[in-house]
Ligand binder design. Structure first.
Ligand SMILES: CC(C)(COP(=O)(O)OP(=O)(O)OC[C@H]1O[C@@H](n2cnc3c(N)ncnc32)[C@H](O)[C@@H]1OP(=O)(O)O)[C@@H](O)C(=O)NCCC(=O)NCCS
Length: 374
């Protein structure tokens, strides 16, 4: 038990009052923590979660948080007193002046900016104590929580491997976000904006961020030999990896490193392929990768999707140069680049692993801002 104790204080923001959690909150806590959407990222919660569980947590943990060296608040509506959620400091490193913050919003109160507002208030309060560093440990698939982090001025630091316990008892990675007392105020700027209105379309194809709707299609694509052959992978990932990849795909978008999108038929919404833009090889340079599901080829989807996404990369993602590599054997992809007027810049020898265990040469194509009319 720690000797250090935080002062027990109410925090008032524009719309919220953060006050001590009390036994009167038990029914709201039970309803919120009993919801599958809360448990998804807090898998240690009892299942089912009863009012007795809530009372146990309130009396044995929340109300004793300060005695244990932590802190805990209920988020309530400042005007009506309505219960909205919980935020606290479950892990405190007093000697290092660092603390990890944890939170949840009642499912019926989400998406209204409550947690972003509360996190800003709690972080500011923490920096008035002898603390200079606040952290969050977030499941890569928990996009809402990563957005809360960015809205409260936290920056993504990196991935901690095997750091959280998942619902099936296995260990999963978490992304660390941190904010220091010396960081500038305000939301953390993002290098990659969201797609305007959530998608791009020309009326024939529709391109939208990859999410869990795309698990089966991603898995099927990874099991298509010519799709895998055109990638840098040396083995077919498992279905479990396909699920993790799709659910967490937007984390990289938020990080500004990759915009991974599903290509869909604009009429039916059916998934026909995938396209990604990767911002890893230097400022202003975007690398594009694309594949179409076997049954969707020869209908112009790839050319249309490449055009839409390239325009977005120049106009919204501020790329100066968009490049793509096509294996020398990949005549279909090269035809797309030629059709779109990209410049064939040369051949990079032995760039990607080949199916026979050797290496394949890759033709490099690029379009730069002036040529794109950007
Ligand atoms: C994560 C959580 C606390 C967010 O609470 P909230 O009160 O809805 O958060 P806000 O309203 O402040 O939303 C903040 C951002 O999340 C986005 N968001 C909200 N719900 C979302 C969802 N289901 N999917 C993607 N983004 C979402 C909002 O658009 C907003 O982003 P923006 O500022 O970039 O526009 C809530 O979803 C929750 O309790 N989830 C279950 C428990 C949990 O995951 N806790 C955190 C563990 S690390």
């Amino acid at each position: 038990m720690s000797e250090f104790r935080f002062p027990q204080e109410e925090l008032v923001t524009e719309r919220l009052r953060l006050r001590a959690v009390g036994v009167d909150d038990a029914e709201d806590v039970a309803a919120a923590c009993g919801a599958a959407s809360t448990r998804e990222f807090l898998p240690f919660l009892p299942n089912p979660y009863t009012v007795a569980d809530a009372l146990d947590w309130i009396t044995n943990q929340a109300m004793r948080a300060y005695d244990e060296g932590g802190a805990q608040w209920a988020l309530t509506d400042r005007e009506t007193g309505r219960f909205l959620g919980v935020i606290g400091l479950p892990i405190v490193h007093k000697g290092r002046g660092a603390a990890e913050i944890g939170y949840w919003t009642a499912p019926w109160e989400r998406g209204r900016g409550h947690m972003s507002e509360a996190l800003i208030a709690v972080t500011e309060w923490l920096f008035k104590q002898p603390f200079h560093r606040a952290t969050l440990a977030i499941d890569p698939a928990n996009i809402a929580s990563q957005r809360v982090a960015l809205a409260a001025g936290y920056r993504r630091e990196g991935v901690q491997r095997g750091e959280i316990v998942l619902a099936d008892g296995s260990f999963g990675d978490s992304i660390v976000f941190s904010r220091l007392s010396t960081d500038p105020a305000g939301r953390t700027p993002r290098a990659l904006p969201d797609l305007p209105g959530g998608h791009l379309t020309d009326g024939v194809v529709l391109v939208r961020p990859i999410d869990e709707r795309d698990i089966e299609a991603t898995w099927a694509a990874w099991n298509t030999p010519d799709i895998m052959r055109a990638t840098v992978s040396t083995r077919v990932p498992t279905r479990d990896e396909a699920a993790k990849y799709t659910r967490a795909a937007y984390a990289e978008w938020l990080a500004g490193t990759a915009a991974r999108m599903a290509i869909c038929d604009a009429g039916s919404g059916e998934h026909v392929g995938s396209i990604g833009v990767y911002f890893k090889s230097g400022p202003g340079t975007a690398m594009l990768g694309i594949h179409l599901d076997s049954a969707a080829r020869g209908k112009g989807y790839a050319t249309r999707a490449t055009k839409l996404v390239t325009e977005w990369a120049f106009t919204e993602a501020k790329a100066e140069r968009v490049e793509a590599g096509t294996a020398t054997w990949n005549a279909g992809s090269q035809a797309i680049m030629e059709r779109l007027g990209w410049t064939r810049e040369g051949v990079m020898r032995a760039l990607i692993p080949a199916a026979d265990g050797g290496r394949d040469d890759v033709v490099m194509w690029a379009v730069v801002r002036e040529a794109a009319g950007g």
